[in-house]
Design a protein around this ligand. Structure first.
Ligand code: PGA
Length: 254
């Protein structure tokens, strides 16, 4: 068992899933988020932008936060289709995922864009969950640590603190595939991330930043992954769409 100095965060990334009817999943999660769980783990759900406002309302009093899945790096204006950080905050969000690999790959988001998005989130008092992670080819070529360190150097806003930054390590090849790295590989990566953040933010700040693991987290593998040193929670895709699975992952942080 790891003795935790950082309260873990389990965040659900619903991706492009969820209509109004699925608000019931959020309220079911809230029902299962009992006193003991509230004491041991923070929860957040990042639904599609269309559900952010009603979900935040449905979760009032539950102590479960909500978040956006992305935000624009721009403040406002002629950016058709974009959602600003201020809009997310106005809808009740506390977090904004930025730099998810699906955004980096499908939408060509560079480290510089991801950093600008994280900064936009911080300006609106949202906590950015900055995602990093290597591809299968990069891991096979033994470049995983170097790739992730470079992403951190390029994407993490200067002067971030434990209160204003969350990092999610999500190996691209583990997302939605059922594959996960070994506990030893996760341990090595999370230690490297903590070390790189120390160089960027100073050791004291880096020591308190929550480092989530993401990629095929399920109730069945969560206990092992959540007990890896420097793993302070999870970013959960598929399993966050089922209340019992999401709660099972939360319970694994005890
Ligand atoms: P997954 O997705 O849990 O479905 O693998 C994780 C993510 O993309 O955040």
């Amino acid at each position: 068992m790891v003795t935790r100095s950082i309260k873990p965060l389990v965040a659900g990334n619903w991706k492009m899933n969820g209509l109004k009817a699925e608000l019931a999943v959020a309220t079911e999660i809230a029902r299962g988020y009992d006193r003991e769980l509230k004491h041991t783990v923070d929860l957040a759900i990042c639904p599609p932008a269309t559900l952010l406002f009603p979900m935040t309302a449905a979760l009032t009093g539950s102590r479960i936060a909500t978040g956006g899945q992305d935000c624009s790096e721009q403040e406002s204006g002629a950016f058709t289709g974009e959602v600003s950080a201020a809009m997310l905050a106005d809808a009740g969000a506390g977090y904004a995922i930025v730099g998810h690999s699906e955004r980096r790959t499908l939408h060509g988001e560079t480290n510089a864009i991801v950093r600008a998005k994280a900064e936009a989130a911080q300006r609106c008092l949202l906590v950015p969950i900055v995602c990093v992670g290597e591809t299968q080819a990069e891991r096979a070529a033994d470049k995983a640590l170097a790739v992730v360190r470079k992403q951190l150097r390029g994407s993490v806003p200067d002067a971030s603190t434990p209160a204003t930054l969350v990092i999610a390590y999500e190996p691209v090849w583990a997302i939605g595939t059922g594959l996960t790295p070994t506990a030893a590989d996760v341990a090595e990566m999370h230690e490297a991330i903590r070390g790189e953040l120390g160089k960027l933010l100073g050791k004291a700040a880096a020591a308190g930043v929550r480092l989530l693991y993401g990629g095929s987290v399920k109730p069945s593998n969560a206990a092992e992954l959540m007990n890896v040193p420097h793993v302070d929670g999870a970013l959960v895709g598929g399993a966050s769409l089922k209340a019992e699975d999401f709660l099972g992952i939360a319970r694994a942080c005890r």
